[in-house]
Write a protein that binds this ligand. Structure first.
Ligand code: ADP
Ligand code: MG
Length: 762
């Protein structure tokens, strides 16, 4: 009660608390309320006793250094009017100059008085060179332990860890620090509602929220900020897990129609035997299921038989055969009198799925047609590129139930599509299938349909727990036997001989009757640089490098290669003369895309230059070689997905990663890692360790708007598990959190539509 009555001071706008002059620059960092500012945690802590190695900073870098003033002199300038203050700071070995200009020496006196030799301070600015010396011109600076009243507190101040905030050129770290103090100091515990219930805090020995905020913003020693960070990190995990626990509980409360397996044996205990599509399908399969496919199949089969909606995530290595698993689940539902929908992320993929399913089912997919199996069903394809007549027929088949399986993109969830009895929804190659979509689904059926989400992007357990905490997870690790596998090489873009060899290999493959993909990050050479998952751009307002020195990325990049440009180049490449080269990208009309994929599958197009639209799921077994331009700009998991498009048949696959990355850079490490292993799970782990958390969770690139600021989903596995257990208990006894208003509010804020994405995307 007390928490509900007390004003939540954290919601107060900073303009009110700090005044416009101080709050304006903070607003540029996205900080509008007291709560925003207090959750703008220091990224790290400077040790006032340890100086920055001044040999490090290079010309052009924006740096914040801790150093000692060695000397400072003011003089008039010889050639023009005005005065110059030249100070030198040192780390004990190396020096850096500080230069200040003034109209006359008097104007520089305040700096001169402060920059007393022996004084320590933090200095920030862009390194420039003047007559061979590195210097900071008009640096912003703050002296350590100087701006306090008495000597005792000066000594204390000078020994405290220095919070270093994500800052910008216009708002240095210490200005943020002083604003934080201004808002933090007068706060009372009752004014800062704590989403972590008291009993959980006691159990886990965690400080209260206000105390933790003081720990991280104004620590006296390392132990203190570590304690505060731990508690705030726990809070993030706990709020998230509570939200997920509520979701699980709500999903479980929905009713689903049980779709039990038909007994395969006609002699079994069913009086009226119906022929089983699933049994017939299994009997006609041209291969044996892997043991993983069988086990996961049984798991799914048992869940479909329950009157509660299945909520399952099936993750499986590229090419592990998820489609067959999904199809078998769909057939069980059709056998039980229901319908299944298969949603693909793109129209190309939806069309391919419809083709694959029809091929796999054979006569079983010709239900109601002459020559079709008498108990067969139909596979309807519903995409935006259908003609009016075909669309009408597909809609009718879905509504009447004649189509047991309806394939489409997410447009299937649109209002016009009606199902006779939708029992199962399979979402392929997509783990961004959020609550909203699930709600839309429920509206399509009398009862909640069962849900199977499939992804080939392997997700480590704790990430799954964090991002998909409301889904159960199954995993296929085995690749069906008989695959020839894939070899990956890195090709330096600036070595003409290597590039020539690349095209010679493409030629050899095509001459052997195979096909080639050439992947580029952009469509048109005039487009602004935009890979589908861009490497994090250097943001001049934000320095985000986790080294002690705050260096900004300043490297210039060559423009990214574009589909249209590369296709033209290849057309006149003598190595490829006479080959049929096609292009595929997202700006093409759906019908054109489909035609291009069909031509490529049929072999009338031999080299397909495309964007990452082929990233997920495209299955052309004759494709054996893939060239990826600007490969260092893609994420590891994405590259792994991409190369999964080749080597799917009996001929070995070859993936050539063209890279412009300088040796030793993280980008170079990424592509080399990919060349070294084909284990998707291992790659996912490396990928995560190379990415920032914001990227992992798909929140805003900078991670600024993510609700997770301190939590590291990979590193903090234990903490996440504790929080999950605690959250289950709290939500279990108080499902609507009626007695936990602060937690309820924290969840609402975390799930704020603007921030919703932190649960929906990965
Ligand atoms: P993914 O899991 O990447 O979606 P697919 O479902 O597209 O993989 O399967 C890849 C290929 O492997 C398909 O051509 C499929 O028919 C084939 N396949 C699936 N299961 C088996 C199996 N048990 N044995 C042999 N081939 C299989
Ligand atoms: Mg697939």
């Amino acid at each position: 009660m007390s928490t509900e009555d007390a004003p939540d001071r954290l919601a107060e706008p900073l303009t009110k608390v700090l005044g416009t002059r101080s709050s304006k620059p903070l607003e540029k960092l996205g900080l509008r309320t007291t709560g925003d500012l207090l959750r703008h945690y220091p990224r790290r802590y400077g040790d006032p006793g340890r100086l920055t190695d001044l040999a490090g900073p290079a010309i052009g870098e924006h740096v914040t250094v801790i150093a000692q003033v060695a000397r400072a002199t003011v003089r008039s300038m010889r050639n023009r009017q005005g005065a110059l203050l030249q100070a030198v700071v040192t780390d004990g070995t190396h020096e850096l100059s500080l230069t200040f200009f003034g109209k006359h020496p008097r104007a520089l006196a305040p700096h001169e008085q402060r920059l007393v030799p022996g004084t320590m301070g933090m200095f920030t600015g862009v390194v420039s060179a003047y007559q061979g010396t590195r210097q900071l011109t008009h640096p912003d600076y703050k002296l350590i332990g100087v701006d306090v009243d008495d000597e005792d507190s000066a000594i204390v101040e000078a020994s405290r860890p220095i919070p270093i905030y994500p800052a910008s050129a216009s708002t240095p770290s210490w200005k943020i620090q002083s604003s934080v103090r201004t808002v933090l100091d007068p706060l009372q515990p009752a004014e800062v509602p704590d989403p972590v219930p008291a009993e959980v805090r006691t159990e886990r020995r965690l400080p209260g929220r206000l105390e933790a905020l003081r720990d991280v913003h104004e620590p006296f020693d390392e132990r203190q900020w570590r304690r505060g960070q731990h508690r705030l990190r726990y809070e993030e995990a706990f709020v998230l897990q509570s939200a997920l626990a509520q979701r699980r509980a709500r999903a479980m409360a929905h009713e689903a129609t049980a779709r039990p397996l038909l007994p395969a044996d006609p002699q079994a205990d069913r009086p009226t035997h119906r022929p089983s599509l699933l049994a017939d399908f299994d009997a006609g399969l041209p291969f044996t299921l892997t043991s993983g496919q069988r086990e996961v199949g049984e798991e799914i089969s048992a869940e479909l038989a329950q009157p509660r909606p299945m909520q399952r995530l099936l993750q499986g290595e590229v090419g592990s055969g998820k489609t067959v698993v999904a199809l078998r689940a769909m057939l069980q539902v059709v056998d039980a009198g229901g319908q299944a929908a298969l949603l693909a992320p793109t129209e190309v993929l939806a069309a391919q799925h419809a083709r694959t399913l029809r091929a796999l089912l054979g006569p079983l997919a010709d239900g109601g047609l002459l020559g079709g199996a008498e108990h067969g069903t139909r596979v309807a394809l519903l995409t935006g590129s259908l003609g009016a007549a075909a669309r009408k027929e597909a809609l009718l088949d879905a509504a009447s139930g004649a189509a047991g399986i309806v394939v489409g993109t997410h447009a299937l969830l649109g209002e016009h599509v009606q199902f006779a009895d939708l029992g199962l929804v399979v979402v392929d190659e997509q783990h961004r299938f959020g609550v909203e979509q699930r709600d839309a689904l429920r509206a399509k059926a009398r009862t909640s349909p069962h849900l199977l989400v499939m992804t080939a992007t392997p997700i480590p357990r704790t990430v799954a727990m964090t991002v998909f905490g409301d889904l159960e997870t199954s995993t296929l690790t085995e690749i069906p036997a008989g695959r020839a596998g894939i070899t990956t090489h890195v090709v330096p873009a600036d070595k003409p001989a290597w590039m020539d060899r690349t095209w010679a290999r493409v030629r050899e493959e095509v001459d052997a009757g195979h096909r080639a993909y050439v992947v580029c990050p952009r469509i048109h050479p005039d487009d602004p640089d935009a890979t589908s998952r861009p490497a994090r751009a250097a943001d001049p307002e934000f320095d985000e490098v986790p080294e002690f020195l705050e260096l900004e990325e300043t490297s210039e990049r060559a423009p990214l290669r574009a589909v249209l440009e590369v296709a033209e180049e290849l057309a006149s490449n003598p190595r490829l003369s006479g080959l049929a080269i096609g292009v595929l990208h997202g700006q093409m009309a759906p019908a054109d895309k489909e035609r291009m994929m069909a031509d490529f599958a049929a072999g009338t197009v031999q080299v397909l230059v495309s964007t990452t639209v082929i990233e997920v799921g495209v299955d052309v077994p004759e494709a054996t070689v893939m060239v990826v331009y600007d490969s260092e700009r893609f994420g590891l998991s994405q590259l792994h997905q991409l190369r999964g498009r080749v080597g799917r048949g009996s001929a070995p696959g070859l993936c050539l990663l063209v890279s412009t990355a300088a040796p030793g850079t993280p980008a170079a490490v990424r592509v080399e890692t990919l060349a070294a292993t084909t284990d998707g799970f291992e790659l996912a782990a490396v990928d995560l360790s190379l990415r920032s958390e914001g990227d992992v969770l798909g929140a805003a690139q900078s991670g600024r708007t993510s609700s997770l600021r301190l939590l590291r989903v990979v590193k903090d596995a234990t903490l996440i598990e504790q929080a999950r257990a605690d959250a289950a208990q709290v939500v279990g006894t108080d499902p609507e959190l009626a007695d936990h208003p602060a937690l309820r509010a924290a969840i609402a804020e975390a799930l704020d539509p603007e921030r919703e994405e932190f649960l929906e995307r990965a």
